[in-house]
Design a protein around this ligand. Structure first.
Ligand code: BES
Ligand code: MN
Ligand code: ZN
Length: 495
C-alpha cells in the first residue's frame, strides 16, 4: 500500500475517490461543503434526498460527479457535530475502509482529518486514518491461493492544506510505523504452528535486525538456556521436537548510559496444553499463543523505523507446549533460573514458566522498566472479555503511563489488583511455589506468579488473551497491543 500526502487544493484535485465526512442531521463537514459549492450543489441534493443522515458509521458512495476531476465521493457519517470522540472517529474510519474495500476502489484520497475530534490533533487523526485503513485492508495470503475478495486498493492519499502539512507528515510517519508493525505482528500470528515455529520466529527477528542499523539480534539455543539454569523454560520445551529459542532484539537509539526499556513477549508457537491436554474444540487458536512475541517484533520494527531516541530491548522466549513421553508432568518440580523451585500442577500453565526465566534474565540489562505481554490466561477473557487487555504491575506510575498511552492509542487496558492476599493461592507443599493458583482469579494469580520474579525492577504485565486475536467467523490476529506499546514509547521519547 502506498500512503502519501496530497497537496493539491480541492478545486484542482484529481482523484478516483475522495472520502469526505458529514455530521448527523445532514450537516456538511468542511470538505463536503467546499465540494458541494464546486459541484453546483450535487452533494447537498443527494443528502437532502435522505440517502445518508450522517450517523456515525454510515457511508454513501457517489459514483459520478458531473464535470469534476474527482471521479467519486465517499460520504462518511461521523455522528453529531462537536461530539465526535476518538472512538467514534475510529468507527467512522472503519466503516469508510470497509466500503472502499467492498467497492473494489484502487485509489482514495481522504479528507477525514478535517473533522473535529475531541482531544485529538491533526497528527493523531492522520495517524489513525493510516492505522485503521491499513488494518481494514489486511489480507492473509501466505497459505491461501485464491481469494475472491482480493483487496484492490493500492494507494491512499491524505489531503493536506499548506498550513497543516507538518502535522500531517508527523501523523503519516507515525501512522505508517504503527500500521506496518501491526501488519508484521498479524502476519506472524496468523501463520500456522507448522510454519511459525520457534526457529521461524528467530529467523524473522534476525531479518528484522538486518534491515535496521541500530537493531541487533541474538538467539540463545537450548544449550545456552541450560547453562543459564533456565529449568522452568526448558521444562516446557521438553515435550517438543522443535528446539526452544530465546530471542533478544536490542535497539540502541538513546544515550549509552540510558537504561533500556525491556519488552518481554510470550512466544508459544503452539499450546496444546502438554500432558494436561486442552480439549480439541478450538485448539487451532492456540497457534496464537505467540502473539506477545509477535507484538515485541512489531514494536521493535516501529521503534527502529521511527528512529526513536530510546534504548529498547525485546526478549521473546519461544517454544511449543506438547504432550510427549519426554514432556514435563503434573507434580514435577523445576528449578528456575532465579533458584526458586516450582511445582507443576498443570502443564497447561506453561506461559508463566517460560516467562519467569526470561524475566530473571532481563535483570542483566539493568532495565529502566520491564513490560511483558502474554496470551496468559483464559480467565482474562472471562473477566474482561475481548475489549481491554488486562494490566497488572508492581509500579503505579508505570501502570498509569500505560493507561494514558492506551487512551491515546485507542488500545484499551484495565488494571487488576496484584494484592499480597492472592499470593496465598500459589503455595505448594513441595516447592517454593506452585504454577497454578486454583480456579479463583486466574489472571491475577498468573500475574502473582510472575511478580515473584520481578521484585528487582519496575514491572508491568499485559494479559492479551482476549485482545490479541478475534475468534469465530472473522478469526484472525488484531495486531494489539502494538498501538499501546508504540504510544508508550513515543511518549517516553518525547518526555
Ligand atoms: N495460552 C493459554 C491461555 C489462553 C487460553 C489464552 C484460552 C487464550 C484463550 C495458557 O497457556 C493457558 O493454557 N492457561 C491456562 C491456565 C490454567 C491452567 C491455570 C488457562 O487459562 O486455562
Ligand atoms: Mn497453556
Ligand atoms: Zn499458553
Amino acid at each position: 500500500m502506498d500512503y502519501s500526502i496530497e497537496t493539491h487544493p480541492l478545486d484542482k484535485l484529481e482523484s478516483r475517490c475522495l472520502i469526505a465526512g458529514i455530521y448527523q442531521n445532514q450537516q456538511f463537514g468542511n470538505t463536503a461543503l467546499t465540494l458541494d459549492a464546486q459541484t453546483r450543489g450535487i452533494i447537498g441534493k443527494v443528502i437532502k434526498r435522505g440517502d445518508i443522515q450522517g450517523k456515525n458509521g454510515e457511508t454513501l458512495l457517489l459514483n459520478y460527479l458531473p464535470e469534476c476531476p474527482i471521479e467519486r465521493v465517499l460520504l462518511v457519517g461521523m455522528g453529531e457535530k462537536g461530539k465526535v470522540t476518538r472512538k467514534l472517529y475510529r468507527k467512522a474510519l472503519t466503516a469508510a475502509i470497509k466500503t472502499v474495500r467492498e467497492s473494489k476502489l484502487t485509489s482514495v484520497t481522504s479528507s477525514l482529518h478535517d473533522i473535529d475530534v475531541e482531544d485529538a490533533d491533526l497528527a493523531w487523526k492522520t495517524r489513525q486514518t493510516i492505522e485503521v485503513f491499513n488494518d481494514g485492508i489486511y489480507q492473509y495470503s501466505h497459505t491461501k491461493n485464491c481469494d475472491e475478495n482480493k483487496v484492490q486498493l493500492n494507494e491512499v492519499k491524505i489531503l493536506a492544506g499548506s498550513e497543516s502539512q507538518t502535522a500531517i507528515e508527523t501523523g503519516l510517519t507515525q501512522g505508517l510505523a504503527i500500521a506496518q508493525a501491526m501488519e508484521l505482528t498479524k502476519r506472524l500470528a496468523d501463520l500456522p504452528g507448522n510454519i511459525c515455529t520457534p526457529s521461524y520466529l528467530a529467523e524473522q527477528a534476525g531479518e528484522l535486525a538486518e534491515k535496521f542499523e541500530r537493531l541487533e539480534c541474538e538467539i540463545l539455543e537450548e544449550s545456552h538456556l541450560e547453562a543459564l539454569g533456565m529449568g522452568a523454560f526448558l521444562a516446557v520445551s521438553r515435550g517438543s521436537r522443535q528446539p526452544a529459542k530465546l530471542i533478544t532484539l536490542n535497539y540502541r537509539g538513546g544515550d549509552e548510559q540510558h537504561k533500556p526499556i525491556v519488552l518481554v513477549g510470550k512466544g508459544l508457537t503452539f499450546d496444546a496444553g502438554g500432558i494436561s491436554l486442552k480439549p480439541g474444540a478450538g485448539m487451532d487458536e492456540m497457534k496464537y499463543d505467540m502473539c506477545g512475541g509477535a507484538t515485541v517484533l512489531g514494536v521493535l520494527q516501529a521503534v527502529a523505523q521511527m528512529n526513536l531516541p530510546l534504548n529498547v530491548i525485546g526478549l521473546i522466549p519461544s517454544s511449543e507446549n506438547l504432550p510427549d513421553g519426554n514432556a514435563n508432568k503434573p507434580g514435577d518440580i523445576l528449578t528456575s533460573m532465579a533458584g526458586k523451585t516450582i511445582e507443576v500442577l498443570n502443564t497447561d500453565a506453561e506461559g508463566r514458566l517460560i516467562l519467569c526465566d526470561t524475566l530473571t534474565y532481563a535483570k542483566k540489562f539493568d532495565p529502566e522498566v520491564v513490560i511483558d505481554m502474554a496470551t496468559l490466561t483464559g480467565a482474562c477473557i472471562v473477566s474482561l472479555g475481548r475489549v481491554p487487555s488486562g494490566l497488572l504491575g508492581n509500579d503505579d506510575a508505570l501502570c498509569e503511563d500505560l493507561n494514558k498511552a492506551s487512551e491515546i492509542a485507542c488500545d484499551s487496558v484495565w488494571r487488576l489488583p496484584l494484592w499480597e492476599e492472592y499470593q496465598e493461592q500459589l503455595k505448594s507443599n513441595f516447592a517454593d511455589l506452585a504454577n497454578i493458583g486454583g480456579p479463583d482469579a486466574g489472571t491475577i494469580t498468573a500475574a502473582c506468579f510472575l511478580s515473584r520474579f520481578t521484585e528487582d525492577y519496575r514491572w508491568a504485565h499485559l494479559d492479551i488473551a482476549g485482545t490479541a486475536w478475534r475468534t469465530g467467523q472473522n478469526k484472525g490476529a488484531t495486531g494489539r497491543p502494538v498501538p499501546l506499546l508504540t504510544q508508550y514509547l513515543l511518549n517516553r521519547a518525547h518526555a
